[in-house]
Write a protein that binds this ligand. Structure first.
Ligand code: UDX
Length: 488
């Protein structure tokens, strides 16, 4: 520094507050790592259980000298009726705990307020999940700028704001189950129904949560999205116009992961067997394996698992299927899965628990992904050039499917009629034949199949977006600059 020149401004400090669900924590932790790697300071505020799960990321950051830390606020609050370990949506025992869990999260506002007040200097910006609107009061009372992170596709986010602005949610609520409604103001025609609504909080009992989230959205200083402009340019433009605030498209955030950190950053440590999974994939022909996984939340009943298993077997394709620990807990399920693996020996592998999804999707043997259309899974697949079979289960997933199939052309639908399936939902239709059919449609067309070609093209564009000079890279540069305090 030349004598007399002013010292450089201190790096901006971002406090990131994900919703405490794996599919929301993962992208914000990736963003926090990116911010720290690009010269900002980042703190992720969550619950103690999640801090513990993210220990690997914290240790890695410390080794690299990155200013990234994790803070756990006490949760669940006394009197919530939730068990002590219920600190992440994947710990919610059943449907009856789901609403109490969401309402208990609002109680984090007090501890969060105390935590932010204890910081000197105050953070430069709070980035909090759209589903964590309780951060809004803290930010405004302390005069701290706040951005909201909207986890799903921009296509969904735009549908949602259009639906709200045009009173469509009320119309849908009053309409019959099968009535189809056109979402007004979309650049492409999109129809929705009661079972496939354009809103995250559209379930009975969540009206207050939706009002709070919309209010926090309106009063925020802008939005952060996990997408990139070559993928969703027309929707990003529409969303920014509808919101009337800056929209920062920073994705695909998962591409900040290198192979060695692609498992720690996913926030669960139970990826024993990664080596065995990768060794099994090494033995498979390029592009031959279908990866089958339904994210971190949805849970299926044994009869539904059996149908999926039969579908995979009947397809005749190689498959790597992730069955959640709780789904595979019952002895009859364990035995059935063992028998399936024996019948499909060499071409079928069942992972019980949690797979190293990024490592799997980037393996050359993987040629397709049967997904529930959680946005992280969809975007991770696209970022690795892998086309998908779509089987949405709930919330934003139906509209993510429309984007993937109708707009981007990188997916083939299973075509099961709108299940609403979060936990052990008896009403969810089962789909043995549908799964096998969709897998054949996706994998049978050879290397030139349209979906495969388009997925590869988007995969290349995704990588370019995250490289220096790419749209997401440069948008992140501007975001950091805009919160860097100039010295007075
Ligand atoms: C939730 C909602 O379901 C989804 O609709 C919303 O868009 C985001 O939040 P989730 O159901 O967990 O997400 O699905 P998804 O968005 O796909 O996120 C799952 C994440 O967990 C992905 O990043 C995936 O890589 C990771 N994962 C999942 C693993 O690393 N291993 C696994 O075995 C399963």
């Amino acid at each position: 520094m030349a004598a007399g020149s002013p010292p450089p401004p201190p790096p901006p400090h971002f406090v990131l507050v994900p919703l405490v669900a794996q599919g929301h924590i993962i992208p914000l932790v990736d963003l926090a790592r990116l911010l720290a790697a690009r010269g900002a300071r980042a703190t992720v505020v969550t619950t103690p259980l999640n801090v513990d799960r993210l220990r690997g990321v914290a240790e890695q950051a410390a080794r690299a000298g990155l200013p990234l830390e994790f803070v756990g606020l006490p949760f669940p609050p006394a009197g919530s009726g939730l068990p002590q370990d219920c600190q992440n949506a994947d710990m919610v025992a059943d449907n009856s705990q789901f609403l109490p869990f969401f309402f208990a999260l609002r109680e984090l506002a007090g501890p969060f307020d105390a935590y932010v007040r204890s910081l000197a200097p105050r953070p430069s910006c709070i980035i909090s999940d759209w589903c964590s609107p309780w951060t809004a009061g803290v930010a405004s009372s302390l005069g701290i700028p706040r951005l909201f992170f909207h986890g799903p596709s921009c296509f969904f986010a735009l549908c949602e704001i259009m639906a709200v602005d045009h009173g469509l949610l009320e119309l849908i609520a009053a309409a019959g189950d099968d009535e189809r409604h056109l979402v007004p103001g979309m650049p492409v025609p999109v129809t929705v129904t009661k079972a496939t609504p354009p809103g995250l909080f559209c379930y009975p009992g969540t009206e207050l949560l939706r009002r709070e989230a919309m209010e926090a959205m309106r009063t925020a200083d802008g939005a952060v999205l996990n997408t990139f402009s070559d993928l969703e340019a027309q929707f990003l433009e529409g969303y920014e116009a509808a919101l009337g605030k800056p929209v920062w498209a920073l994705g695909p955030l998962s591409l900040c992961n290198r192979d060695e950190d692609s498992t720690t950053s996913r926030g669960k440590t139970a990826v024993d067997g990664k080596q065995a999974i990768m060794a099994w994939l090494d033995e498979q022909a390029p592009g031959s394996v279908v990866y089958v996984s339904f994210g971190s939340v949805a849970r299926k009943l044994p009869k539904q698992l059996f149908e999926i298993g039969h579908g995979l077997e009947d397809s005749g394709r190689s498959f790597l299927w992730v069955v959640k620990e709780r789904e595979a807990a019952a002895p009859e399920v364990r035995e059935w899965l063992d028998a399936l693996e024996a019948r499909t020996a060499g071409r079928g592998l069942v992972v019980r628990g949690w797979a190293p999804q990024l490592a799997v999707l980037s393996h050359r043997a993987v040629g397709g992904f049967v997904t529930h259309c959680g946005w992280n899974s969809v975007l991770e697949s696209i970022a690795h050039g892998v086309p998908v079979v779509t089987w949405p289960h709930f919330s934003d997933q139906f509209l993510n499917e429309r984007l993937v199939v109708d707009v981007l052309g990188v997916g083939v639908p299973v075509g099961v009629a709108s299940p609403v399936m979060i936990f052990d939902d008896e009403s969810a239709p089962v789909a043995r034949g549908d799964i096998a059919r969709a897998m054949s449609a996706l994998m049978g067309g050879g290397a030139e199949a349209d979906e495969r070609r388009k997925a590869k093209e988007y995969g290349e564009k995704a990588r370019r977006a995250m490289e220096e000079g790419g749209s997401s890279y440069e948008t992140l540069t501007r975001l950091i600059q805009s919160f860097t305090r100039s010295e007075d």
